[in-house]
Design a binder for this molecule. Structure first.
Ligand SMILES: [Zn+2]
Length: 318
């Protein structure tokens, strides 16, 4: 088994280039794989390795001045879901493209158990899924608004048009919490007062509250693409774009010129050889597609939770 970690820390870094160089050197030395971004505003990463590699890396991060409070979300995986190590300096560690957004002025943290309590005991709130449309499509909290945006930096524009009353209690969540750190600042600056964010995001909530009230699964930005959240309810909430049957597994179109990310069942993938359209299937840039390999990790969810991998009804809950 390997460990997959997800983490961020908004901690000003004076010389990102230098910080990045040292960081990359350390990661290479211990053989860590993943994607790490560094900017003047802090550190954001997702990485995978053996228990020992991950322990060493966490200790390294905690040893950096100002980073001793870094929180890691951690999951097990039976393979390393990254092809390489990327460690880069970027303008922002998560790109909202809005100046002067300081996470210190962000929304109030709701710990997973408080989040669940609010969902179970209150009803006068607006819940916003602060992720892209292809993420919320396959999984979201009950009752959440799912903005139809393709990038995080489209959220400011979406907010302008969303018509959310300023006196409403706002609950927001994302995968691991980093997007809420910025979007909650923006909402407060724009006049919403009671802004709350799920601390640690869906992934921590899944660990601590078993994914209760979450429908479908969670999109992740590594080779796994989709991970289960609620072991009590593995029903897909989306449909295969080829067969129209219930599915929530994503693949990238096997036509390398297209590479579109789309919801596709194993049956649909076999039928179209991993392509999103007949046109793509005919393309000379089609790479070999091995359904056995592509769907093995997905099939494992069901085995893991002691259920059979089979077609399921699309859950009616929205
Ligand atoms: Zn295609």
């Amino acid at each position: 088994m390997y460990q997959v970690i997800l983490y961020y820390n908004f901690q000003p870094i004076e010389d990102p280039e230098r910080f990045c160089k040292a960081h990359k050197k350390f990661c290479k030395e211990i053989g860590l794989m993943g994607r790490i971004y560094i900017s003047e505003e802090g550190l954001n990463g997702t990485a995978a390795g053996t228990d020992q590699q991950i322990e060493e890396y966490k200790n390294y991060v905690w040893s950096l001045p100002g980073f001793d409070d870094t929180e890691f979300k951690q999951e097990e995986s039976d393979y390393i879901p990254f092809p390489r190590l990327t460690c880069k300096v970027r303008e922002e560690i998560v790109a909202l493209h809005v100046d002067d957004v300081n996470p210190e002025n962000g929304g109030k943290y709701l710990e997973p158990e408080d989040w669940r309590r609010v969902m179970e005991q209150e009803d006068d709130y607006v819940m916003i899924d602060v992720r892209n449309n292809y993420e919320s499509k396959i999984g979201h909290f009950e009752g959440a608004i799912q903005p139809d945006v393709e990038n995080f930096y489209d959220f400011p524009q979406w907010l302008q048009e969303a018509d959310i009353p300023k006196n409403k209690k706002v609950l927001m969540y994302c995968t691991g919490g980093i997007r809420c750190e910025k979007f909650s600042v923006l909402m407060k600056e724009e006049g919403w007062e009671d802004v709350n964010q799920l601390h640690g995001g869906i992934l921590r909530y899944a660990h601590e509250q078993g994914g209760k009230h979450f429908k479908g699964k969670c999109f992740v930005f590594d080779d796994r693409l989709v991970v289960p959240v609620n072991p009590q309810d593995l029903s897909p909430i989306a449909r295969c774009e080829i067969t129209g049957k219930p599915a929530d597994t994503y693949i990238n179109c096997a036509n390398m010129e297209c590479n579109k990310l789309f919801v596709c069942s194993e049956e649909g993938a076999r039928q179209m050889e991993g392509c999103c359209t007949e046109e793509c299937r005919q393309s000379e840039y089609k790479r070999p597609f091995d359904p056995e390999n592509a769907f093995r990790p997905f099939r494992k969810w069901y085995n893991y939770f002691g259920e059979e991998f089979k077609e399921r009804e699309v859950s009616a809950a929205k």
